[in-house]
Design a protein. Structure first.
Length: 127
């Protein structure tokens, strides 16, 4: 990436980033796994590995997993935010291995709700 040295460079980067992000969200399922201290302590890594394994078993090939920090849901960890193409993101919490696999089988594969949906309590900040 080129060094940003002016407001014009920053605006150009912003435009390119937004275009790339929009294109990606039209095609991919984005799974953001909360792996702050509370997420790790409550089994977030296990949830991510179970979901990755189930995605492979189900033959779903458009999923991108992203490790993220605190999403402010200590009370409901492990949590993941799932963005299906063309839909608002949803956060699922209190996941265990079985719940993680159900989430893939039902929501990622068929768009059917399952498990515990957590009300979103943050606002996204766009670059
Ligand atoms: S570290 Fe747990 S919600 Fe922020």
């Amino acid at each position: 990436m080129a060094k940003i040295t002016s407001i014009a460079d920053l605006k150009k980067f912003q435009q390119e980033y937004r275009s790339l992000k929009e294109a990606r969200s039209r095609e991919k399922i984005i799974v953001s796994v909360s792996l702050a201290t509370c997420g790790i302590a409550s089994g977030g890594n296990m949830v991510m590995e179970a979901m990755k394994d189930e995605v492979a078993r189900q033959g779903i090939d458009n999923v991108e997993f992203i490790r993220v920090g605190c999403m402010t849901y200590c009370h409901s960890e492990p949590t993941v935010e799932v963005s299906l193409p063309g839909r608002e993101p949803l956060v699922f919490g209190k996941l265990d291995e079985n719940g993680a696999r159900q989430l893939v089988q039902k929501y990622l594969k068929k768009g059917e709700l399952t498990g515990t949906v957590i009300p979103v309590n943050y606002t996204r900040v766009e670059l």
